[in-house]
Ligand binder design. Structure first.
Ligand code: NAP
Ligand code: MG
Length: 492
């Protein structure tokens, strides 16, 4: 014992730990100066264009197409033409293409990860360790179902719908593309996909993968552009719209499609409760809280943005959380040590700033750890609000940024009531040592996904989707195939 103490005493201890820069090279990606529309396996010259940026530096990255309604209708017509042959292929043949795409994504994952971080602002360690592996896993998973549809939906003669129009947001650009394209193709549909305006580049690089996999032309078509391109896709003669994005746009699409006969699934916003009981492993819970809200700058539909802590442990939990927040490194998305990257766009930064100002005005107490933010680009420090009342905007509205609101509760009933007091219902987290309490809570929480003693865990076999204003339809698992098939006994 004495010797150990002596050794400890003489070991050189640095005054402070610092991290040397560990930048990922961007050389691995070659970004074209200009991209057209990917239709029928060819690049079509667009009539209108816009410039896509790096949100970390505001540097222009490429000129991309702003697809017009005529161009969108053309893409849908090409997808329609390709549908006959694609849907007639045996499932085992379609599976081969999907397996090929999955393997190419794995082989080229570093290239995709760098591009995702450049165009979207997320830390490279997240795009490398989360977005890319999950995107490839999704293609592998649905490749496995392509020749087993009759087993998946017995006695129902599942048939593909036709052409699916797919519209995705900017927070997980390639992963959302995988969530959309993999099940649609496995089921025998062809697709026209519109990426988000601010993050088109990995979808455009994916076109290269589609070619490399020798997917028949017209099965996957990518049309870039802003909301008007999305609206044009909704109005085009597609058989189904699969939309992931905000609740406001989801509602607009729902009313637009009423009576049209087109099928629809909506994956919308959230305001998840992350609930910590007094018997939880506190340090583990603090890691889960940090992961729940600061992962991907809080640009996560299922982010644990409302933290409910049992009153008796509220003080130690918040203290530990603040200490942990001070160790988060905010900055260059391409640095492998970065924990929190850039906010995706100027518009999103302004939305976060507005809601944070509202939190201060309404009387909540704000804490941000000291951190130096880069001068150029869009940044927001990790933030926590305490003394939050349920009526405050920061407890009601989706902020979609690195901003946490802390509330407290005394009993499990109160936790359930407060957690469910939201128009959303996408996800929730429960931290407790007791298995029985986890089940009791999971039964009562009105949320599509409930995580226990973990947060933000995804698996392609596990369905994901919402209740109430978080939308309808599920992605992932068998549930994610049903909305791409007729005769599945599934939803809308
Ligand atoms: P958004 O503004 O609703 O945009 C989503 C997509 O729809 C984008 O591609 C967008 O184009 C397009 N769009 C905009 N207006 C449209 C219209 N009138 N008709 C058709 N398409 C239109 O949402 P966002 O700000 O990109 O993404 C954040 C939201 O997505 C959050 O609310 C988040 O919770 C939600 N989200 C949900 C899930 C889920 O699985 N439930 C997953 C991720 C994100 P532009 O890029 O030009 O705006
Ligand atoms: Mg938008």
């Amino acid at each position: 014992m004495a010797e150990v103490e002596k050794r400890r005493g003489s070991a050189p201890v640095p005054h402070e730990w610092t991290y040397a820069p560990a930048p990922e090279s961007r050389e691995i990606v070659s970004i074209h100066e200009r991209y057209g529309l990917f239709v029928g396996g060819e690049w079509l010259e667009p009539t209108e264009t816009y410039t896509t940026l790096s949100p970390a530096s505001e540097e222009p990255l490429a000129t991309v197409a702003q697809a017009t309604p005529t161009e969108v209708r053309h893409a849908v017509a090409v997808a329609r033409e390709a549908f006959a042959d694609w849907s007639a292929l045996p499932g085992s043949e379609r599976a081969k293409y999907l397996f090929r795409i999955a393997r190419i994504l794995q082989e080229r994952s570093r290239e995709f990860a760098v591009l995702e971080s450049l165009n979207g602002g997320k830390p490279i360690k997240e795009s490398r360790d989360v977005d890319l592996p999950l995107a490839a896993a999704h293609f592998f998973y649905y490749a496995g179902w392509a020749d087993k549809l009759e087993y998946a939906f017995p006695n129902r003669k599942p048939r593909p719908l036709g052409v699916a129009g797919q519209i995705i947001p900017w927070n997980f650009p390639l992963l959302m593309l995988a969530w959309k394209i993999a099940p649609a193709l496995a089921a025998g549909n062809t697709v026209v996909l519109k990426p988000a305006e601010t993050t088109p580049l990995t979808a455009l690089l994916f076109c290269d993968v589609v070619r490399q996999a020798e997917l028949p032309p017209g099965v996957v078509n990518i049309v870039t552009g802003d909301g008007s391109t999305g609206a044009a896709l909704v109005d085009a003669p597609v058989d189904k719209i699969a939309f992931t994005g905000s609740t406001d746009v989801g509602k607009a699409i729902l009313s637009r499609l009423a009576g049209s006969g087109k099928k629809l699934t909506l994956e919308l916003g959230g305001k998840a409760a992350n609930i910590v009981f007094d018997d939880a492993a506190i340090d583990q819970a603090v890691e889960g809280i940090v992961n729940g809200i600061y992962f991907n700058q809080g640009h996560v539909c299922c982010a644990g943005s409302r933290l409910f802590v049992q009153e008796s442990v509220a003080e130690p939990v918040v203290d530990k959380l603040k200490r942990r927040m001070a160790t988060l490194r905010v900055g260059d998305p391409l640095d492998k040590n970065t924990d929190v990257g850039a906010i995706n766009s100027k518009a999103q930064l302004e939305k976060i700033e507005e809601l944070v100002a509202a939190g201060r005005d309404e009387g909540a107490e704000i804490y941000q750890p000291p951190c130096r933010l880069p001068e150029r680009g869009y940044w927001f420090a990790p933030t926590v609000f305490t003394k939050v009342a349920q009526s405050y905007r920061i407890a009601q509205e989706e902020i979609f940024g690195p901003v946490l609101s802390v509330l407290t509760f005394r009993t499990p009933d109160e936790a359930v009531e407060k957690a469910n007091n939201t128009p959303y219902g996408l996800s929730a987290g429960v931290w407790t040592e007791k298995g029985s309490r986890i089940l009791w809570m999971a039964e009562r929480l009105r949320a599509g996904v409930v995580w226990a003693n973990t947060y933000n865990r995804f698996d392609p076999a596990s369905p994901f989707g919402g209740y109430k204003e978080s939308g309808f339809g599920r992605e992932g698992g068998l549930h994610g195939l049903a909305p791409y098939l007729d005769g599945n006994g599934g939803d809308a």
